[in-house]
Design a binder for this molecule. Sequence first.
Ligand code: AMP
Length: 215
Amino acid sequence: MRLVILGPPSSGKGTQASMISDRFGIPHLSTGDILREEVSLRTDLGVRAEVFLKEGELVPDDLVVQMMKNRLLRRNRVEGFVLDGFPRTIHQLKALDKITTIDKVLFVEVKDEEVIARAVGRRICQKCGRIYHMRFDPPEVDEICDVCGSRLIQRDDDKEATIKRRLRIYRRQTVPLIKVYEKRGILVVVDGNGTIKETKRNVLRALAWSEGQDR
Ligand code: AMP
């Protein structure tokens, strides 16, 4: 199964992609996670990408395409994958078409107000990476990680001004991809406004439904 998961920033697509990955035994490829890892390892790519991540801007297409091409060609021949955060522009979509075919595209739909509330409340442990939410999943002690006792921080790209900019970029650069995949008949829309559990149910239902359609 070769899946793409699309949606606004903070739509929970990473959480759902990782659930799909466990459930169907396919690797979860998240461009955001890969880029953050490159940044923390101070690789050439990471150093070039850092400012874009910090500002909530898209990393230039050529860097992201090259990075994903290497990973996809390795995965392609095996068991499939779930792509999270790629493609994000029409240029990336066309580049992806040249690398592999995609079976399904899940579009996780979430309202802007919900996106903003989710992003500004999110905290991450700077040591172990555990993610919390001040409203939905707070730590026992304010701003301190339950697991390792380190301080929680807010990711730069979760700050309110940055998330609003990311939403504008999403509308301009990524929303046009929805039409393209819809025309190809491989788009499935999922309501992502509810809880993680509700969205999970919607995702699994959508996948079963769309697989049923193939038969
Ligand atoms: P995410 O974790 O998917 O929200 O991505 C975090 C950040 O990584 C984005 O705001 C961009 O700066 C960068 N990024 C992730 N995926 C892409 C992509 N496909 N193209 C360009 N930049 C990306």
